[in-house]
Design a protein around this ligand. Structure first.
Ligand code: PLP
Length: 365
């Protein structure tokens, strides 16, 4: 994990980049994950050889053999982080070192080779530098970076692949939820779980998302925006939203969030909120919260607010909770005061509009 791979990127600029006028039109209303920049990073891996052929090249389809291991056994991991335009016109990423470390941990869980922290961060620098003109400047906009790696060996046997491809693509994005920050409703799925003890819940792997799509569809069928999972063992405690971690705000201002026991994804937004709130003198408890506690607390007023958090949407208030036999709102179902204050505090640090007490803002340009 530590120690550089001593890789020197070969830069092959896209011979036919998108023109200025077309790019400006695309950046006007980018949506989320729909449009992409002119380039991508690729690094190959082979057992015995290590990581090799690091390149910055034109974004293009990847030729893939139908027997590529990833297509059959889903050995794949990814990351997601953002680059922002700073008030002085520069560009920064938020805590890329934390993403690098988590990527290495995900690799370890999925029996994949680890990329060094240095190479991971350098690959992000490379794509930001070459695709700088794709950085949106709008208030809630950013350049979403998607590093990922997959098993590329042509082989149908069940064992870790001996070849991998690491890539970084970049997508200019507006707000994750169109219409800005407004409360979401969540569906407590009675049928599905996300991750069991000993499983892959703490790894950022595509398989976790594939397994959650039916549950998300169930949420939509039941009139909710997102699914929220209960723990797989007792079906009692709140785990997370499947793409976002969860916090509760008590009537005395205490923040409560489920602990990292291996079944939930260790979110960097989650960690940042814990550190910021603690520094500000707020009490933060990492402990299990049952659905029953959430319901009773919301009725009694002990739980004042609830929110989900993650890189894509930063902080999103949860207004309503629905399950097979129950439904309740948190306070008046609106956006909580502390939730919105945390959203602003974090977004201001990320975008260089506020002091950065923990050295989280990693300047690129
Ligand atoms: C990525 C992710 C999160 C949020 O993590 P951040 O580092 O805050 O973006 C939460 N849950 C799951 C399942 C995730 O994949």
């Amino acid at each position: 994990m530590s120690g550089g791979d001593n890789l020197e990127f070969e830069i092959r600029p896209n011979p036919a980049p998108v023109g200025d006028a077309e790019r400006a039109a695309l950046l006007h209303n980018p949506g989320f994950g729909r449009i992409f920049t002119d380039h991508m990073v690729t690094i190959r891996y082979a057992d015995g050889k290590g990581w090799y052929e690091p390149r910055v090249e034109a974004r293009a389809p990847i030729p893939m053999d139908p027997a590529s291991a990833v297509l059959h056994y889903a050995q794949e991991i990814f990351e997601g982080l953002k680059a922002y335009t700073l008030p002085d016109g520069g560009v920064a990423m938020f805590r890329p070192d934390a993403n690098a470390i988590r990527f290495a941990q995900s690799a370890q869980r999925m029996a994949m080779p680890q990329l060094s922290v240095e190479t991971f961060i350098e690959s992000l620098h490379q794509i930001i530098k070459i695709d700088r003109s794709w950085l949106p400047t709008g208030e809630d906009s950013s350049l979403y970076l998607r590093p990922f790696a997959y098993a590329s060996e042509v082989f149908l046997g069940v064992r870790p692949s001996m070849e991998y491809l690491y890539l970084v693509i970049a997508s200019p994005v507006g707000p994750y939820f169109s219409g800005g920050v407004k409360p979401v409703s969540v569906w407590v799925t009675p049928d599905y779980t996300r991750a069991a003890p000993g499983g892959t819940g703490a790894a950022k792997c595509g398989g976790n998302y594939a397994a959650g799509l039916s549950a998300q569809a169930e949420a939509i069928e039941n009139g909710c925006d997102q699914v929220v999972y209960l723990d797989a063992l007792e079906r009692k405690y709140i785990d997370e939203l499947g793409g976002m971690n969860v916090f509760f705000v008590l009537d005395d201002g205490t923040l409560v969030t489920p602990p990292l026991t291996g079944t939930i994804l260790p979110g960097i937004t989650r960690d940042s909120i814990i550190k910021l709130a603690t520094r500000d003198g707020r009490r933060v408890e990492e402990r299990p919260v049952s659905l029953e506690e959430w319901h009773k607390g919301s009725v009694s007023g002990r739980i004042r607010e609830a929110f989900a958090c993650g890189t894509a949407a930063v902080v999103t208030p949860i207004g309503k909770v629905k399950s097979a036999d129950d439904e309740f709102t948190i306070a008046d179902g609106g956006s909580g005061e502390i939730t919105m204050a945390l959203h602003k505090q974090l977004a201001d640090i990320q975008r260089g509009r506020a002091e950065d007490p923990f050295g989280w803002v990693h300047r690129v340009l």
